[in-house]
Structure formats: structure tokens, C-alpha cells
Design a protein around this ligand. Structure first.
Ligand code: PLP
Length: 396
């Protein structure tokens, strides 16, 4: 709604759910039939439809993307004192899931041009810092076994996934793709999340579509899918006799959440179109503005622009970038920085990190702008105008 002069403009959120389809109808069906908990027809339908959408043979619904990453890592065999290569520029859930397995993340840099995990440095780390022994690949500095890589596709783009999977195979490593931000993203026509052993999608409220909260593991490997489902339902071996042969988890998605997810999935393609239009408008507005670097174009990637993010000039100090975001927020625009480099955060300061250069630079320069599928052209124009104003007065 356009605001009158002097009136406080409405707050423009970074990314909020857009619930304009069959959400009410399907949730009502759950309440009317009593199927409200972790078993029910919508759970199975959600699993089947998400897997079908991305072109994977199996889908396993879980309570969150984070729970999905944890379960996937366990399913591919990550265990105590293993190491897992993760990107330094990702939401903290990726590294946390590794720690839930009592394993250690090894932080890898991102590529300056794509902002995604750098496949060259991953290869270089394995080639120069690790050695192969009979039962696997070991980090010489720590003596720990490197078990897996978690390539993450950030901001609605895809990382160099084919290259990373190839490297992983060469070194005998498993691949769990963190595709939490990449539902619908395609790399050479194939969906993000379907290249590794298991892919993990998130349906949190800020993602392209939501189930209120939730995640789905996708895989072509039946054994992985069955083991993940087993682990996420308390490792139930005999339901009648209460026999559990392993420590499992209560990670299942509820039928109510799945009902919301199924309704949202029906709207995914139009939402992606809206996000592409939003990205095109930002790009057109910032083209030719020297102080703003727009999002990369990555060859072979059909992006969905989960969060449209720009970079302020290299010379900008971290303080100035912080002040810029504060001023945008004061103007009621839900801008946010990129994630704090993982290897500098207190829980991970003592974990290995390999030749990290670019992720702190991107963190210092990145500003994510309102990008929800429900963003109106008028609200987006205000975001553009305020950003251009603030950029012009940016002190370095
Ligand atoms: C959102 C997100 C997750 C976690 O998903 P939740 O459903 O919120 O637990 C993991 N990794 C990345 C990169 C994410 O953006």
C-alpha cells in the first residue's frame, strides 16, 4: 500500500511465506480426519511429490532441514571424530549437523566469482593436506578421517556440484548436498540436491516455499532412504514390542506441516517465476551503478534467487556496511548481511579451515534485499530507491 507523505511506510520483510493456495483446505482436512501427527496421507504425498519434482527416486520427510542434514550425514556413515568438508559461507545449520554426529567440520573457502563453495580448493585440500590409507582418506594435520563433503547451494544458485562430486568419488568421500535454499534450482537441467548421495531440502518459513517448518531428504539410493526413515522415527525395529536397536531421533514431519507443504508445492513454479522477475527488476535498477555489484551469472545454472544479494564496494569497511544495513532497517526494509564466516564463530574456531580468503570479504560486502514471492513492485521500488540513496552517501 503506498504511504502518504510523512506516514511510516510498511515494513518490507526479507522473505515471508505466501499462503495463497490450498493451505487452509488441506490443513482443515487434517483436523477433520484426526490425522494431525507424524503419520498421515499428506506426509507420504509430500515425500512423493517433492522427490518427483526434483527427479529423485525417494523422499523422506523430516522436522527441519537441519534434522535432515543430521540424518543424511548419519545415513552415509559419518561418525565420531570424522571430518566433513563444509563451506565457510553458509547458514550455521550445515556445520552444526556435522557436530551433532560428533564429527568435525573442515571449513572451505568460496569462489570469488560465484560466491559458492570453491571446487578447486576442495580438490587442493584433499590432494595436498590429506593422504589415502587402506580404509579411507585422512587429514594429515589432525589424523582424522575425512568422510564426506557437504556442498551447499546458496542464495538460490547451484555450486559447481558435478566437479565436487567427481572429486569426492576420487577420494572415496560421501556427498550430502545442502540444497536447503535451492529447491527448483537446476544445474545443467538437473535439480540441485540430486547429484550427491543424498540431498537435503528445507521448508522453513523463509525458504521459497514452506511447510511451516520441515525438510525432505531426496536420494536415488533405497538403502539410504530406508535408513534415514528408520533413524528419524526413533530407530523402531519392532513397534509392538518397543525394540530399538540403535539410538534414533524423533525427527518426523507432522501431517499438518506436510499438508501446508503439499499446498505450497502446487505454487512452487509460479513463486519461482515471481522471484526471477524480482531479481530482474533489481538487476535493471542497479545496472550501471558502479558502487553496487549484482549477483553473479553462473554458467549452466538456472537460478531461483532465494535471496537477492548485492555487494557494496570492496573499500567499504565492515562498520560502514553494518551501518548501511541499520539504516535500511530503520527505513523499514528487511535487509540482512550474508552469514558470518563459519570458521570464525566460537563453536568452530578450533576446527580446521583451508586457505580462506573470499568468504570474509563477501561477508563484509554482502547485503541481502527483500526477495519474497509476495514482494510488490511498489515495495521493491522503495527498497531500490532507499538503497541507491544510502549507497550514494556511504562513507568508506
Ligand atoms: C535454512 C537452511 C538450513 C536449515 O534448514 P531448517 O529447515 O531451517 O532447519 C540449512 N542450510 C542452509 C544453507 C539453509 O539456508
Amino acid at each position: 500500500m503506498p504511504s502518504e507523505a510523512g506516514a511510516v511506510p510498511n515494513f518490507v520483510p526479507l522473505a515471508e511465506p505466501l499462503l495463497v493456495g490450498n493451505e487452509w483446505k488441506y490443513v482443515k482436512e487434517c483436523l477433520d480426519t484426526g490425522w494431525v501427527s507424524s503419520v498421515g496421507p499428506f506426509v507420504e504425498r509430500f515425500e512423493r511429490e517433492v522427490a518427483g519434482y526434483v527427479g529423485a527416486a525417494h523422499g523422506v520427510a523430516v522436522a527441519s532441514g537441519t534434522a535432515g542434514l543430521h540424518t543424511a550425514l548419519l545415513a552415509v556413515g559419518v561418525g565420531p571424530d570424522d571430518e566433513v568438508l563444509v563451506s565457510d559461507l553458509s547458514f550455521i545449520a550445515t556445520a552444526n549437523a556435522v557436530r551433532y554426529c560428533h564429527a568435525y567440520p573442515v571449513f572451505m573457502d568460496v569462489d570469488a566469482a560465484t560466491w559458492q563453495m570453491d571446487p578447486e580448493k576442495v580438490e587442493e585440500f584433499l590432494r595436498t593436506m590429506c593422504e589415502r590409507r587402506g580404509d579411507g582418506c585422512y587429514n594429515r594435520a589432525t589424523g582424522r578421517r575425512v568422510r564426506a563433503i557437504v556442498p551447499v547451494h546458496i542464495l538460490g544458485f547451484a555450486c559447481a556440484i558435478e566437479r565436487i562430486v567427481e572429486t569426492a568419488r576420487e577420494y572415496g568421500l560421501r556427498v550430502v548436498e545442502d540444497a536447503a535454499e535451492a529447491l527448483g534450482v537446476r544445474y545443467r537441467e538437473r535439480h540441485a540436491g540430486t547429484f550427491g548421495d543424498i540431498g537435503v531440502l528445507s521448508f522453513n518459513g523463509n525458504k521459497v516455499i514452506t511447510a511451516g517448518g520441515g525438510g525432505v531428504l531426496v536420494t536415488d539410493n533405497r538403502a539410504h532412504a530406508e535408513y534415514a526413515r528408520y533413524l528419524s522415527t526413533q530407530a523402531k525395529d519392532d513397534a509392538v514390542e518397543w525394540v530399538h536397536n540403535e539410538v534414533g531421533y524423533n525427527y518426523r514431519l507432522t501431517n499438518i506441516q506436510a499438508a501446508v507443504g503439499v499446498a505450497q508445492l502446487e505454487q512452487l513454479d509460479p513463486f519461482i517465476e515471481k522471484k526471477r522477475a524480482i531479481a530482474a527488476r533489481y538487476e535493471a535498477a542497479f545496472r550501471g551503478v558502479g558502487a553496487i555489484t549484482t549477483m553473479p551469472r553462473i554458467r549452466d545454472v538456472a537460478a531461483t534467487y532465494w535471496l537477492y544479494t548485492v555487494l557494496v564496494p570492496e573499500a567499504t569497511t565492515l562498520e560502514a556496511r553494518r551501518a548501511l544495513i541499520k539504516r535500511l532497517n530503520a527505513s523499514r526494509i528487511g535487509a540482512r548481511p550474508l552469514w558470518h564466516p563459519g570458521h570464525t564463530l566460537p563453536p568452530y574456531r578450533d576446527c580446521p579451515a583451508f586457505r580462506i580468503v573470499h568468504s570474509p570479504r563477501l561477508y563484509a560486502r554482502g547485503v541481502s534485499l527483500p526477495s519474497g514471492a509476495g514482494l510488490t513492485p511498489a515495495d521493491q521500488q522503495r527498497c531500490i530507491d532507499v538503497l541507491l540513496q544510502q549507497i550514494a552517501s556511504l562513507d568508506h
